[in-house]
Design a protein around this ligand. Sequence first.
Ligand code: 5CA
Length: 448
Amino acid sequence: MRLSRYYLPLLKETPADAQIASHRLMLRAGMIRQEGAGIYAWLPLGFRVLKKIEQIVREEQDRAGAVEMLMPTIQSAELWRESGRYDAYGKEMLRITDRADREMLFGPTNEEMITEIFRAGVRSYKDLPKMLYHIQWKFRDEIRPRFGVMRGREFLMKDTYSFDIDESAGRESYNKMFVAYLRTFARMGLKSIPMRAETGPIGGDLSHEFIVLADTGESAVYCDRQLVDMDTPKKDIDFDGDLQPVIDQFTAHYAATDEMHDEADFEKEVDAANRVSARGIEVGHIFFFGDKYSKPMKAVVAGPEGGEIPVQMGSYGVGVSRLLGAIIEAYHDDDGCKWPASVAPFHAGLVNLRAGDDACDEACARIYDELTGQGVEVLYDDTGARPGEKFARMDLIGLPYQIVIGPRGLENGEAEIKRRADGEKSTCAVDAAAAQIAASVKKELSYD
Ligand code: 5CA
């Protein structure tokens, strides 16, 4: 992609109302634009990251055996009356009436709709288990939207729903999502810690929040340091096998959010040296709530001995748009973002220090073609801006690698390479630059 054709509206000034780094950087780097309280347009650069995150979430859901679909954003009030949540949900629900005065709403979550879809299509225990998911915009009229995409009113969520014949099968589905979540966040460079959590308006009595530790996180959290150091399950993990040992390993140590925290238990269960009390960002939340929706909404299947059995359900959410904020909080410095390759908007930036100079243009064109031919995504700064501006811009948007081509280097046949993560600079032969970057990017993109 040529920067001269791209749309990258950078902000020179630090936006006054943005209190945390990720919010500031997303605005400054031209990734999002605020269109209302807690409502954002996704500009081209931010949209690319959103899609990368979405794709990792999708791949790990598919690996765990969930099946993708898409439900609408607008739902009918009737459906929510069946579960009893229409009145209970309160002011967070955005309520709408259509031209025929029918009561509608912009979905804050989809338990009711998926239950309705399930009951229309599944009749027998033989059709179970089922896990269905979608990645769709949600709206919650949050009382205090803040920190940019971290707590928006409109936000992108991945929500999965599981249907099982009994509680123990339901717990197996829960375990699958538990492991899928650890892997999903790890692929984005995030260490997530599952913590026992309150169930709130979703309901049920079994629930974990997946927390990424960050000083700017909204939640106060407490856990055993051993959890922070624990290894993520590998790609070859068998989702049809017994996942209980992995779950036991991750739930054997103390970990609780503020609402569930008990200081006396914490001190009893965890050595003083291992006690972590910190702040964290909730990037995912999983729930098992049995027949809370299936019973009132009559989502039943014929059991092995006949009769009608309400299915056992769980729901599992990932804050897809919130993850952009969480990743930037973990990977940035004063100059800008430092994207891990797996979610970077482009893998490399190619900086032409003298656009219009034949030798520079020609060298850049060759490198660009070679990189894109190797599957490396390149943002090519072919503009007439001054070098200082080009360098600052590349640092701000934070692509993992920068390749700098200028007339002086070219005289010696050299290109300069900068790795954004640690700022390390090196020179290499112009002809070798693309191959070197392609190899580094490939290495960083491969995971377990
Ligand atoms: N139905 C369940 C699971 S599918 C559910 O809605 N769970 S939730 O309320 O915990 O939301 C799931 C995830 O969405 C959260 O873990 C969080 O990462 C994200 N999320 C929730 N509210 C917001 C918000 N206002 N802005 C951005 N992300 C949010």
